[in-house]
Design a protein around this ligand. Structure first.
Ligand SMILES: [Zn+2]
Length: 117
C-alpha cells in the first residue's frame, strides 16, 4: 500500500486509517479540515441577511432566488421563501449568497405577498 498524498509506502497496519494516508499526511489532512471549518465559521459570522432580503441559494450547479423570512433558532441559517406559498424552508447560511444588485428587483411573489415599492 502507498499513501495517496505522498506516495510513501504505508504499513498494512494503517490500511484502516482515513483514506489510507501515511500518519504525516493524515495529520496534515486533519489540520486542513479544521482550517476549512474555521474559515467557514468565520465566513458565516461575517455574513448576515435582513428579513425580506433577496439572495441566491446555490445547490451544486443549480441556483434559486430566495427571500429571507427570519433567522432560524440555531442562528446558522434562515427560514426563506422560494415559492409563492407561505412555507419557508430552513436554509443553511453557507448555501446563501448576497445578491448585490437586488435593489433592481422591485417586487417578487416569493412567500405569496406582492409588496409594492
Ligand atoms: Zn503520505
Amino acid at each position: 500500500m502507498s499513501c495517496p498524498d505522498c506516495g510513501k509506502r504505508v504499513p498494512i497496519l494503517f490500511n484502516a486509517l482515513e483514506n489510507r494516508r501515511c500518519l504525516e499526511c493524515l495529520r496534515k489532512a486533519r489540520i486542513r479540515t479544521i482550517r476549512e471549518q474555521q474559515k467557514a465559521r468565520n465566513l458565516n459570522r461575517m455574513k448576515s441577511f435582513e428579513d425580506g432580503e433577496l439572495f441566491v441559494y446555490v445547490n451544486g450547479d443549480k441556483a434559486e432566488i430566495g427571500k429571507v423570512k427570519r433567522k432560524n433558532n440555531k442562528g446558522d441559517g434562515y427560514f426563506c421563501y422560494y415559492h409563492e406559498g407561505e412555507t419557508a424552508a430552513n436554509t443553511p447560511l453557507e448555501c446563501m449568497y448576497k445578491l448585490v444588485n437586488s435593489y433592481t428587483i422591485k417586487a417578487t411573489t416569493l412567500g405569496g405577498v406582492m409588496e409594492e415599492e
